[in-house]
Design a protein around this ligand. Structure first.
Ligand code: GLY
Ligand code: MN
Ligand code: MN
Length: 524
């Protein structure tokens, strides 16, 4: 029985070829000695010029120091993550974990399998007077005399282009850099119970399963009583590191704020493309995909990618909060809700929503719903000031929406009763939160403690969204028919300064008149 017959009829794991060999069933790659020696010679030398130190390097060093002093004496392991298979031998585009990006300053495409290790040293003798020395372990560019150069489709220069050398990343990032072959020893050496002189390791888990396994094995091998390990306590060790890394991002530094502006500007350009593409969207059987594609083109042209899958939702689809299938039509007379963000090359993302009248003019009921959401957003803006609670932003928006729903006769109780914790009837039409932190992740700082996030105090340097909405579904029998099939969200990205909130996305028109004028100008 040949290999194909065997695997399609009754696979016997013991007889199966390893994955790598199976992939090579169709390989035409030569491997003779003659080929290898010919391949290794006669290449112009690669440039040895080193890059200048990146602007972000000093910020990343300060971030590492802030983490270092919270975990004195412990080894900290922050993986970038591995390439992920999309199907067969095709991978998804690589995007490093946000904690890794934050602490290294690395962005676009860098660097599969890399790991940042903060090694504990005597107090104050680490980098920048901290308590750790940082090393970045990665697979550096292989020489042209290696098989990797021409034969490795995931990392070889002939396949994916030149990659960084140890010296280049060291110069760029101001970090010690080490070959990935040294990583296992760096992570596992002297691991053990601190009570017997071992080093405690904390890991950002579920980023790279190979590193999870390495740390788990080291912990197991060095545990005093391996058969009765306290996995809960070990998980808590790692969770505390994730929490600290998340909380470190609650306040953005000046470099990050510039990156947010880059992301927002590219996103604004993307929304303009959407408006210009509307006639084609209306004519297309899947107009929402035309909208999605118009934005995506800008995301790739101006930035790294999308910060999250675009929501392009026409008519009733706008009432589905995370409608990302985008398979629907875009129809004259309906509204189109677009929630989209460009992720800059630095990996910071915008998160902006505009709800447009497809034919350029809101109907009376559309304008009425839109204005209520805008008023809620403006009320939220008014309390987004240093010293107020993060929760106040949501509550301010809810007060406006509950009052408006009461005025329209939609609430089964008074607005006051609905706003009480026991009521909340207004949330039928606005079931999501009004604000979330924004940055490297669209829902940034998600592991931060509640007392610093939802119950936290608004502080200069925070960046978060304000995004109230109202969603009246076609199938909602609790409201008059005139409201149905309309979803409105208005989402802006806010920077908190000492003088109050700055709307980073103010270049995108928000009021109904301004949106109509914007659309008229771009359609002319
Ligand atoms: N785009 C997802 C959100 O607004 O949170
Ligand atoms: Mn959002
Ligand atoms: Mn959004």
């Amino acid at each position: 029985m040949n290999q194909t017959e065997q695997s399609s009829v009754h696979p016997d794991p013991s007889n199966q070829q390893p994955l790598e060999e199976r992939v090579n069933n169709r390989s035409h790659r030569p491997d003779s000695d003659a080929f290898r020696s010919f391949m290794a010679a006669n290449w112009a030398p690669a440039s040895t010029a080193l890059p200048a130190r990146a602007d972000v390097a000093d910020h990343a060093a300060r971030r590492r120091r802030a983490i270092s002093v919270q975990f004195t004496g412990e080894r900290l392991v922050i993986p970038a993550g591995a390439l992920k298979v999309r199907s067969n031998d095709c991978d998804y585009r690589f995007r490093p974990h946000s904690a890794f990006a934050h602490l290294t300053g690395l962005g676009v495409d860098h660097e599969p399998d890399a790991v940042l290790v903060l090694e504990p040293v005597a107090d104050g003798e680490g980098d920048d007077g901290g308590n750790h020395r940082a090393s970045l372990y990665f697979r550096p560019l292989a020489g042209r005399d290696t098989k990797q150069f021409y034969a490795d489709s995931r990392s070889g220069e002939f396949w994916i282009g030149p990659r960084p050398t140890l010296a280049e990343f060291k110069a760029l990032l101001g970090l010690d850099t080490e070959d990935i072959s040294e990583l296992e020893v760096a992570i596992t050496k002297n691991v053990g119970e601190p009570s017997v002189g071992g080093i405690s390791v904390r890991l950002v888990r579920k980023v790279d399963e190979n590193i999870d396994a390495l740390v788990d094995t080291a912990r197991y091998n060095t545990a005093k009583d391996p058969d009765n390990m306290d996995f809960g306590a070990l998980d808590a060790l790692d969770a505390k590191l994730a929490e600290a890394l998340s909380e470190l991002r609650l306040l953005k530094d000046p470099w990050e704020i510039e990156q947010m502006k880059v992301a927002v500007a590219a996103t604004a350009a993307g929304f303009e493309e959407i408006i210009k593409a509307l006639p084609r969207a209306v004519a297309h059987r899947r107009g929402e995909r035309v909208v999605e594609g118009a934005f995506f083109a800008r995301a790739r042209e101006e930035g790294n990618e999308l910060g999250y899958d675009t929501i392009a939702a026409g008519g009733n689809n706008a009432t589905i909060l995370h409608w990302t299938h985008n398979t629907g039509t875009v129809n004259e007379g309906e509204m189109l809700l677009v929630d989209a963000g460009v992720e800059a090359d630095s990996l910071y993302t915008a998160d902006i929503t505009r709800t447009l009248p497809v034919n350029g003019k809101y109907s009376e009921v559309q304008r009425k719903i839109y204005q209520a959401v805008l008023d809620a957003a403006d009320a939220a803006f008014a309390v987004a000031v240093p010293g107020r609670k993060f929760r106040d932003v949501h509550n301010a928006a809810m007060e406006v929406l509950a009052a408006r729903l009461e005025d329209w006769g939609l609430l089964p109780v008074s607005a006051a009763v609905a706003l009480s914790p026991e009521g909340q009837q207004h949330r039928r039409w606005m079931p999501h939160g009004t604000s979330h932190h924004l940055g490297l992740d669209v829902h940034d700082c998600a592991q931060a403690r509640a007392e610093l996030y939802l119950d936290g105090t608004i502080t200069e340097g925070m960046v978060f969204t304000i995004e109230p909405g109202l969603y009246f579904k076609d199938e909602d029998l609790a409201i008059p028919a005139e409201y149905r099939g309309n979803g409105v969200r208005i989402e802006d990205d806010i920077l908190i300064t000492a003088n109050g909130p700055v709307n980073l996305s103010a270049a995108l028109p928000r009021t109904p008149d301004d949106v109509e004028a914007w659309m008229a100008r771009l359609s002319a």
